[in-house]
Write a protein that binds this ligand. Structure first.
Ligand code: UDP
Ligand code: MN
Length: 251
């Protein structure tokens, strides 16, 4: 009986969204026993994402929940000002707790962003996670990579410049959690109140995880299999003029 990877991905509407989702979905097509929970940051599911998923060839669940107005990123906000994807990840967790059964489903939960880059090897690395598995993430924290520090097979700290004093000083893309841990800690949720950079520490702490529980993967955290890539925002300054002279939209 194989363990399934349940990936929880928040996604939001922007010009680059479909490009990011397309690229990601083509990697995910190679992953067996994979279930994608894609949660839109919006009041309603959009037709764009609905159509995209229906032709994706993936197992998926499509949900939506909007980030409250006071927490929404404005386009001129620096990206770190507001927490991103919080309510969406919680809705994904809630779906898992409501729809999967501890005695029926074996698997691993992974919080994936829609613009990162994933080597498909990482999914086989995480598939047999007992409690929480960890690995390096590249292109993050103003470093070529951040990584758990592994000594004699155990994690004993963080190769991280930014706030290394955090209980779990790693990126969301750098760990996966066994389903049982999600079920046995039903009150563990992400929070909009958490200070900057503490989302990962907050969820792992509330899941009852200790540093000594962490299982280093990717050859004892020496291989890069995940990149925190970010898609450049396309300037659309010619759009409006073009629309006015041609009298049509761009979709
Ligand atoms: N996201 C969201 N709503 C937003 C901004 C971001 O749901 O208003 C999602 C986004 O699509 C991504 C995740 O939250 O899957 C992390 O956001 P982002 O990639 O912008 O974060 P960063 O790369 O800066 O860490
Ligand atoms: Mn990102």
């Amino acid at each position: 009986h194989f363990s399934t990877i349940y990936a929880i991905t928040p996604t939001h509407t922007r010009p680059e969204q479909k490009a990011d989702l397309t690229r990601l979905s083509y990697a995910l097509r190679f992953v067996r026993n994979f279930h994608w929970i894609l949660i839109e940051d919006s009041e309603e599911k959009t037709e764009l994402v609905m159509k995209f998923l229906s032709k994706s060839h993936l197992n998926y669940t499509h949900l939506s929940i909007p980030t409250p107005e006071e927490y929404k990123m404005k386009s001129r906000d620096p990206n770190w000002l507001k927490p991103r994807g919080v309510l969406q990840r919680n809705l994904g967790l809630n779906w898992i707790r409501q729809n999967l059964k501890p005695d029926e489903h074996r698997g691993v939960v992974y919080f994936m962003d829609d613009d990162n880059t994933y080597d498909i090897e990482i999914f086989e690395e995480m598939r047999n996670t007992k409690k929480v598995s960890v690995w390096p993430v590249a292109l993050v924290g103003d470093l070529r990579y951040e990584s758990p520090v592994v000594v004699r097979g155990k994690v004993n700290g963080w190769f991280t410049f930014w706030k290394p004093e955090r209980p779990f000083a790693m990126d969301m893309a750098g760990f996966a959690v066994n389903l049982d841990v999600i079920f046995s800690n039903p009150d563990a949720w992400f929070s909009l109140q958490v200070q900057r950079g503490y989302q990962e520490s907050s969820i792992l702490t509330s899941l009852g995880v200790k540093m000594q529980d962490l299982e280093p993967k990717a050859q004892n955290c020496t291989k890069i299999l995940v990149w925190h890539t970010r898609t450049e925002k396309t300037k659309l300054k010619n759009e409006e003029l073009m629309r006015r002279s041609y009298g049509r939209g761009s979709n």
